[in-house]
Design a protein around this ligand. Structure first.
Ligand code: SF4
Length: 413
């Protein structure tokens, strides 16, 4: 069968580089998911006969129904006590060294390359779990086209059922969005996000403003009289609901227990549970055995004009938007506006989490290492999180208000 136009077009982001730094850090802090084929291949090997450390150890677990839904995976490798994959031996993959690259779980064979099929082709990106990606090491992806095509072919072989459903695309709930219109909107978003003369917070807020204005104009054109919420005049002080939203999402994306402790890694308590729990529990951001009130966090100033940190934040969000991994079939079927606003909340959470990490290690200021740790943790969590049940509709509701976004950005600045 001939490939369709969309399947045959590979889009590669500009300004994103990658080269493996061989640090071994990618193999820790998450429960590596496996397809059924991976599981059958890898679990068929008597690992305990090859290495004493595997004796008597349970290495795999089935995913729960919620974890499996909308996912090509059925099982996961249980991380060992320190959070690393048990197959990481002396900083090398034991499966790879024993049986070759093709014996590794599919996700590890492709890592850190990711592909997302859309109506206008396949969009490539790389995972910000990788230190090579974080530091933008090596050659630009745009110069690795041949290699990326090889990886895309591997991806198609490993994940033959990856055909995300983009037919439900919405600008806001109840308002369908055509794909060509989305692409034009994305160009306008990037125009605003690339404006390096402004802070990244300001660029995101301006992009959000553009989306709201676009939706308002479209409503007016179609003769709708129902208006969209305005920013409001209440000022920048966080409201209780804003803080509840921040804390609930913080609990989902930055769980206080160390990641990779085995059972339950994928069964992230649903956002809905966390949101209602936030009405019962103290309004504090937890980090391992510490917890911080938002005032304690923001008392640590965010480094202004730190080019490395600004550049990392920009590349992280640019890459996610380029790959369409933030709305529609790319993220929980959220509408475009809710998906973009969710990114703005993630930006605020990254800044809060980096501060919590700095405070926990007794540092006098936030530095790049704190932001790197926060981004890597978020990236792992986003890959595992499912917007099950009522979580997506609740997020739609909570993320719609431009005033809330403004207050959240101001509070985390
Ligand atoms: S299976 Fe190998 S490549 Fe994959 S996470 Fe474990 S050690 Fe790393």
């Amino acid at each position: 069968m001939n490939p369709t136009a969309s399947e045959s077009t590979l889009h590669i982001p500009e300004g994103i580089n990658y080269e493996c730094t061989g640090c071994g850090k990618c193999c820790g802090g998450w429960a590596v998911p496996m397809t059924e084929v991976d599981y059958r291949r890898i679990s068929a090997v008597e690992w305990s006969e090859k290495l004493a450390k595997f004796k008597g150890r349970s290495l795999f677990r089935p995913l729960s129904n919620q974890e499996k839904s909308d996912s090509p995976y059925t099982h996961a490798i249980k991380p060992q006590e320190d959070g690393h994959c048990p197959f990481l031996v002396e900083n090398l993959c034991f499966i790879h060294s024993q049986s070759g690259a093709e014996a590794k779980p599919s996700i590890c064979q492709l890592f850190p390359y990711c592909f997302n099929e859309t109506p206008s082709g396949v969009y490539a990106t790389v995972s910000f779990v990788s230190m090579g990606v974080i530091y933008n090491s090596g050659k630009a992806l745009s110069e690795q086209k041949e290699f990326l095509i090889t990886k895309l072919n591997e991806f198609k072989k490993l994940f033959p059922d990856h055909h995300p459903n983009w037919s439900q695309l919405q600008l806001i709930v109840g308002e369908p969005l055509a794909w060509p219109d989305y692409l034009a909107i994305e160009d306008a978003l990037f125009d605003r996000l690339r404006d390096r003369g402004k802070s990244i917070d300001m660029r995101f807020l301006e992009a959000s403003r553009y989306l709201i204005d676009y939706a308002t104009a479209r409503r007016a054109q179609s003769g709708q009289t129902k208006t969209l919420p305005a920013e409001g005049v209440e000022g920048n002080k966080l409201k209780r609901l804003d803080l509840n939203l921040l804390i609930a999402l913080h609990r989902v994306y930055f769980p206080s227990a160390p990641l990779g402790k085995g059972e339950g890694d994928f069964s992230v308590a649903s956002f809905l549970n966390q949101f209602f729990l936030s009405y019962l529990l103290p309004l504090r951001f937890k980090l391992a055995s510490n917890s911080f009130a938002i005032d304690e966090l923001v008392a640590l100033p965010w480094p202004e004009n730190d080019n490395d940190m600004e550049d990392l934040l920009f590349r992280y969000f640019f890459s996610r938007i380029f790959a369409k991994l933030y709305f529609g079939a790319g993220f929980g079927q959220l509408s475009l506006i809710a998906g973009f606003h969710h990114l703005i909340v993630l930006l605020a959470l990254l800044k809060l989490q980096a501060r919590a990490l700095a405070l926990s290690r007794g540092a006098p200021a936030v530095s790049l290492v704190d932001l790197v740790a926060a981004i890597r943790q978020l990236e792992k969590r986003l890959g595992e999180t499912k917007l099950g049940g009522y979580a997506a509709p609740l997020l739609e509701l909570l993320l719609f208000s431009p005033g809330r976004l403004k207050r959240i950005v101001a509070a985390s600045h």
